[in-house]
Design a protein around this ligand. Structure first.
Ligand code: F6P
Length: 550
């Protein structure tokens, strides 16, 4: 038996989940007027309301008991102190150090990494200022107007999500573009609009080995040198962010143009490092710092708030409750803010690459559900697409609703319409509406009994669908930093409760290595022995189609 399932709190939660599955949240609200006060947490930049979950005071206290039994506080300390909690790669996990500007020494392998972080930040500041002020010139002496970030996964999703989210704060002095896909369509599309004399390429890759990024960077380099007729142009137009300086230099990037990264920062937690360079270039260094400060606010909250009022801890426990104990294996992220349109993609990597695993950190098979499938879309667009499923399907999908009290871009009464929907949806998902109420309403509207009989059951919403509401006061650099760190720590606690090493990603390796072998075959028009009949059939189809289109 896995040591988690034998914990007394775990056993209690199994029993409680059976009882709670028979309850309806609507009744829990009716019998406890203090429910919102009891199940919400207010922090400087946002309010977390988790009252619309299928929980009681007893559920939360047993979940907190589970957190204690799993030593969440001990593990938290280990992470912040830089112990090698990424056990399969023997690495510390210190993205929190990147936003701790208290000048406190942090020693890893006898090295004070605080100094490295400070130097790296100064380099980001100086460089982004030069680019933004037109002081960094391209090969023909013209200032830079466009920056292209070439990177994928954590070297793309974080910076892109943030620059999109804070677009209203950009002075548009530099246009920032992103290329992540090895599908040539994306880079061709971006390059078509650019003038090589005025472009900066940022090759972002922690490992500097990722095929997609290397392929795109090579294409960009070829495009630049074809226009400048001079390899020296690379120095003016290419920088890299990587922990593999050697590879970056042998790729052709000037040593001074390489921004450091370290193995104690996971790719999906790296936007706080120089991987965030596009953010500083787009918004200005002061706003990048505000983002870091917002994250640091939550680091402090996570470290010092008691578990029962600790927002990331509560979110993690609710995820485990909903997924592992109640069996809801999917979770939607639904921002009610156009600017957060990349948030669900970002959180998909953050949570699924971290905790989408089925082996414990001891190497044992895990026999309970771990994390749900994370997916999502802007809430309003979703309402007219998949909310039908959220309200009436047999599968229950817990959802996080994320919105802001104040809008950054007021237009007529748009924000009131947005907020009304934001509030109405979680109410509808919680309360639902039963057949009796529907019949009464239809009758009052004058419909015939025959019509009522025909449609009433189709209109039933069972409700009882769990949601969290995260209501920011206003979306700005600092509050966005807090929101991201909230999820980062939620994912960390989730991993501890589920006994998962959240900081490796071995599950991406097999596909990568097979793709390398297959690419060699595709380029030589061969099919090696050992493929299954499906893969062989697909390769044959590719070859014969190419042959026929010659
Ligand atoms: O393949 C997965 C992954 O390693 C992610 O974890 C990472 O964020 C992404 O690829 C990009 O990696 P790199 O920054 O090393 O290019």
């Amino acid at each position: 038996m896995n040591s988690r399932t034998s914990l007394s709190s775990w056993k209690k939660l199994v029993t409680q989940s059976e009882t709670m599955a028979k309850c309806h949240m609507k009744e829990l609200f009716a019998i406890n007027e203090q429910r919102f006060n009891e199940f919400s947490i207010q922090l400087p930049s946002f309010l977390l309301d988790y009252s619309k979950n299928l929980i009681t005071t007893e559920t939360i206290s047993t979940l907190l008991e589970l957190a204690k039994e799993c030593d969440v506080e001990v593990w938290r300390k280990k992470m912040f102190q830089g112990e090698s909690i990424n056990s399969t790669e023997n690495r510390a996990v210190l993205h929190t150090a990147l936003r701790n500007r208290s000048n406190k020494d942090i020693i890893i392998a006898k090295k004070n990494i605080s100094e490295d972080i400070r130097h790296a930040l100064v380099k980001v500041e100086e460089f982004s200022n030069k680019i933004r002020q037109g002081l960094w010139k391209g090969y023909s002496g013209k200032p830079i107007t466009d920056a292209v970030n070439i990177g994928v996964g954590g070297s793309n999703l974080g910076p892109q999500m943030v620059t999109e989210a804070l677009r209203q704060y950009s002075d548009n002095s530099i246009n920032v573009h992103y290329v992540s896909n090895v599908d040539g369509t994306q880079i061709a599309d971006v390059l078509r609009k650019l003038n090589p004399e005025k472009v900066l390429f940022i090759v972002s890759s922690k490992t500097f080995t990722t095929t997609e990024t290397m392929t795109n960077a090579k294409t960009a380099m070829k495009w630049l040198t074809a226009s400048s007729f001079d390899n020296k142009a690379i120095k003016k137009h290419f920088v890299a962010v990587s922990s593999n300086k050697k590879n970056a230099i042998s790729f052709g990037i000037e040593e001074n143009n390489v921004f450091d990264m370290w193995d104690w920062v996971g790719g999906r937690f790296s936007l706080w490092s120089a991987i965030g360079l596009p953010i500083a270039i787009d918004l200005g260094f002061d706003k990048f710092i505000a983002l870091l400060d917002g994250a640091n606010d939550i680091d402090n909250h996570f470290c010092f708030a008691p578990l029962e009022s600790n927002a990331p801890v509560i979110l993690a426990l609710l995820s485990v409750w909903n997924c592992t104990f109640l069996g809801h294996q999917s979770q939607a992220i639904l921002p009610y803010d156009q600017s957060l349109h990349r948030l669900s993609a970002y959180l998909q990597q953050a949570e699924m690459e971290s905790n989408g695993k089925s082996v414990s950190w001891d190497g044992d098979d895990i026999d309970y559900a771990t994390v749900p499938t994370i997916w999502g879309e802007l809430g309003i667009n979703g309402q007219h697409a998949f909310y039908q499923y959220l309200h009436q399907s047999n599968n229950i999908v817990p959802a996080d609703f994320i919105g802001s009290v104040e809008t950054v871009t007021p237009v007529n009464n748009h924000h009131n319409t947005l907020l009304s929907n934001f509030l109405a949806q979680t109410q509808a998902l919680m309360q639902g509406v039963n057949k009796g109420q529907i019949c009464l309403d239809l009758k009052a509207k004058g419909y015939t009994d025959e019509y009522i009989e025909k449609v009433s059951s189709h209109k039933v919403h069972k409700g009882n669908r769990p949601t969290n509401t995260i209501l920011l006061k206003r979306l700005e650099p600092r509050s966005l930093g807090s929101l991201i760190a909230l999820y980062e720590h939620k994912i960390f606690v989730q991993g501890i409760i589920l006994k998962i090493c959240s900081f490796d990603q071995w599950g991406v390796e097999l596909g990568k290595s097979l793709a390398h072998k297959i690419q060699k075959e595709l380029e030589g028009k061969e099919i090696n022995a050992g493929h299954d009949s499906s893969t062989k059939g697909l390769m044959n189809f590719i070859y014969s189609t190419l042959e026929n289109t010659k």
